[in-house]
Structure formats: structure tokens, C-alpha cells
Design a protein around this ligand. Structure first.
Ligand code: ADP
Ligand code: MG
Length: 260
């Protein structure tokens, strides 16, 4: 299988502090990959870089012929604001924005597709409900319905089942498997190791730096998990990137290497 996305020595920083450090490897087309690692390991940062929300400070991401519209991205719950006065149906139809255009209107067809998608995630009849009135599980179902409408080739999910009831988790996991069965590439950040082992054939384990990337049974070994935890605990939050910094002094422009 060829890679649909390749990371080459990828480093992503926040104000020069690396959150993801020197990661290389590839996601095979049509693969189903879990991203695992301790809190603060750079998992969310990595997803944001893959969808293009954050730029690499060093290295690169090769997305081949994929464009922004080929990506369906579900951010971590804490990044989603649910106070907008917007209905369930409108939230789902936002998944069709690429058809509607920036100032376009939702068509009757969009509304019909939104209704169908809500049926698939078990929310028939919820169209007019305000999203603020939904339980966490119901809201996550709405966001999955939106992903259904997006019809993306690559789907990125950031902790999609955190604080979600078991029934909803099972239903949405089934959808993830169905998407993958349709040939879509799915990458999901997960903190539940049992879920990773049961459903995800590939795993990328990170603690800022790559601990392992490959078959889940090989990567999620006790040794690797201990190493990931130790790496996260010993990471220096204050460390700066080693990228050369351009500086001007009397002699003109000089490049200064950091982190000697
Ligand atoms: P994870 O998703 O694995 O818990 P994150 O990617 O959210 O990890 O964060 C990795 C590191 O980057 C953490 O140290 C976090 O504090 C830092 N970080 C994340 N987002 C920002 C931000 N917007 N600004 C500054 N630092 C951030
Ligand atoms: Mg995160």
C-alpha cells in the first residue's frame, strides 16, 4: 500500500517550544491508525499539523494530491464551542460547506442528506433541537453526522470517545470501521488502550518524539508504553527548538544555533 500522507522530520512548535519533535513516517492509504501517548505528548498538535491548521517549524508533511476538502477533522471536545445558537440540522449541514460555497445557501438536498445522516447516527427527529440542549453523547453523534456529509477521504478524530457513554462509543466506533471499510484513511487520537488494541490495526505512539509507529500489537508493548511515559515526564517544557535563529549584529545577519 502506498502512503497517502507522509511526515518527514516534522517538528511543530508553539513560540519556539517544540510540541512535536522530528517525526517521520507514513500513513498508508486506507489505513486505520490510532495515535496514542501521554497527556501533553503532542497528539492534538500532530493532527492540527496534518490538517494544515499549524505549520511545520521544521520538516514537512507530504499530502500528495489531497486538498483541504479531502480532510474531515473532529477537534478535541475542549476546542469546540457549543454555545452558538444553532440547530442540530444546521450543525450537520455545515459539513456541506464545500458544496455550498462561502456565501452559499443550504439546498433542500443538503437538508435531506442531513436528515439521513442524523438517522444513521441515531438522532432522527433531533433536527430542530438547539445543540446546547444535547448530552455529550448526542452532540458527538451530531458531529459524526456532519463528518458523514463531508464525505472526506481522510478522517481525523481527536479523542472522539472521551466522556462519551458506552452505547454511543460503540455506535460511533462502528461508523469508524465502516468508513475505513469504504477505503477512507482514518486517524484517531485515543486514550483507551483497549479500544486501540481491539479496533485499530496501526498505532503511532508519541511522547513529543516518536516512540513507535507500526502494527498495534508491536507498538503497544509494555516496554514502549513505559518508555513513552518516561519520555513525557522528562520532557523539558522550557526547551527551545534547535532551529537556527536569525539575528542581526554589527557584522550583519548571523545564524545562531540553539541547544548546543
Ligand atoms: P496532547 O494532545 O497529546 O495532550 P497537545 O498537542 O495538546 O498534547 O500539546 C502538546 C504540548 O503543546 C503541551 O505541552 C501543550 O501544553 C502545548 N500546547 C498545546 N497547544 C498549545 C497552544 N495553543 N499554545 C501553546 N502551547 C500549546
Ligand atoms: Mg489532545
Amino acid at each position: 500500500m502506498s502512503d497517502i500522507i507522509r511526515l518527514d522530520n516534522l517538528t511543530v512548535t508553539y513560540e519556539r517550544h517544540p510540541a512535536v519533535h522530528h517525526i517521520s513516517g507514513g500513513f498508508a492509504a486506507g489505513s486505520l491508525t490510532a495515535i496514542a501517548g501521554p497527556n501533553g505528548a503532542g497528539k492534538s498538535t500532530l493532527l492540527k499539523a496534518i490538517v494544515g491548521e499549524l505549520r511545520p517549524a521544521e520538516g514537512s508533511i507530504d499530502r500528495g494530491a489531497l486538498t483541504r476538502n479531502d480532510f474531515g477533522y473532529l477537534p478535541q471536545v475542549s476546542d469546540i464551542v457549543r454555545r452558538f445558537p444553532i440547530s442540530v440540522a444546521d450543525t450537520v449541514m455545515l459539513g456541506t460547506w464545500k458544496n455550498a460555497g462561502a456565501f452559499g445557501q443550504f439546498s433542500r438536498e443538503d437538508a435531506e442528506r442531513a436528515r439521513e445522516a442524523l438517522g444513521i447516527v441515531g438522532l432522527s427527529g433531533f433536527e430542530k433541537r438547539h445543540i446546547g440542549s444535547l448530552s455529550a453523547g448526542q452532540f458527538q453523534r451530531v458531529l459524526f453526522a456532519r463528518l458523514l456529509l463531508q464525505d472526506a477521504r481522510v478522517i481525523l478524530l481527536d479523542e472522539p470517545f472521551t466522556a462519551i457513554d458506552q452505547r454511543t462509543t460503540r455506535d460511533l466506533l462502528d461508523l469508524v470501521l465502516q468508513w475505513n471499510g469504504e477505503g477512507r484513511t482514518v486517524i484517531a487520537v485515543l486514550h483507551d488502550f483497549e479500544q486501540v488494541r481491539s479496533y485499530f490495526p496501526e498505532t503511532l505512539l508519541i511522547a513529543r518524539e516518536l516512540v513507535g509507529w507500526g502494527k498495534t500489537q508491536d507498538i503497544m508493548s509494555p516496554g514502549n508504553l513505559i518508555e513513552a511515559r518516561a519520555m513525557a515526564e522528562h520532557w523539558d517544557e522550557e526547551a527551545e527548538t534547535c532551529l537556527p535563529e536569525e539575528e542581526h549584529d554589527e557584522g550583519g545577519l548571523v545564524k545562531r544555533e540553539l541547544c548546543e
